[in-house]
Ligand binder design. Structure first.
Ligand SMILES: CC(C)(COP(=O)(O)OP(=O)(O)OC[C@H]1O[C@@H](n2cnc3c(N)ncnc32)[C@H](O)[C@@H]1OP(=O)(O)O)[C@@H](O)C(=O)NCCC(=O)NCCS
Length: 183
């Protein structure tokens, strides 16, 4: 598994020493509301050494761990697609890091894993997440009623959003000596 880079972020494989910073982020109530129930053993089993059907990248900004992003793949040729999920430390919110991390992973999933469709399924009332995904180009497909059990133990609606390869606008490629801005 190779690391992925963007202008401000490094997406790299998780290491054992990431357990403490990831647990600290997931223990913040603002994050735990959407990614509930993480203790040391769940961080270990789901993020540091996840099942082989999930691929997890730790997200670093300026050499600090600020969150994680993961994908899973449906490999049945009839339904082939990938699904994405992520969380960031609240200190890193509102700076466009989520769209940047998702675009970076999307380039990999479209160009190197050959997917034509990506999906993401936030809680229906996670307006910040839905906004971040729409900035990447994800479009709402519809509401999935009583889709997931929330941190409060009750069933909550989810929204399915999808993004097709031929409507995705990839980030500009930085090349030494080349400017992407207009003259
Ligand atoms: C969801 C998450 C990854 C977004 O990360 P982020 O880096 O803050 O995303 P952005 O910088 O694009 O900012 C979010 C956008 O939502 C907007 N926003 C914030 N609160 C909002 C609200 N209540 N309603 C609508 N839009 C809102 C912000 O203004 C910003 O849009 P803008 O750039 O057009 O102003 C991050 O908030 C997070 O980790 N949350 C906790 C875990 C989580 O919810 N994960 C997603 C599970 S599906």
């Amino acid at each position: 598994m190779k690391s992925l880079r963007s202008e401000r972020l490094l997406l790299r494989p998780a290491r054992p020493e990431d357990l403490a910073p990831l647990l600290a982020i997931l223990s913040d109530p603002a994050v735990a509301r959407w990614w509930p129930g993480f203790d040391e053993s769940k961080v270990e089993s789901e993020l540091i050494a996840p099942d082989p059907d999930v691929t997890v990248y730790v997200i670093e900004h300026e050499h600090s761990v600020i969150g994680a992003i993961q994908f899973g793949e449906e490999l049945d040729p009839q339904y082939r697609h990938a699904s994405i999920d992520l969380f960031l430390s609240p200190q890193a919110w509102g700076r466009g890091f989520a769209p940047e991390a998702i675009r970076t992973l999307a380039v990999y999933l479209f160009e190197e894993r050959g997917h034509h469709r990506l999906v993401i399924d936030p809680a229906a009332d996670n307006a910040r997440a839905i906004r971040a995904y729409e900035k990447v180009g994800f479009r709402p497909v519809g509401t999935m009623r009583q889709y997931e059990r929330g941190a409060d133990g009750t069933w909550h609606d989810g929204v399915l959003l999808d993004l097709l390869a031929d409507e995705f606008v990839p980030p500009p490629v930085e090349r030494p000596g080349c400017s992407t801005s207009p003259e």
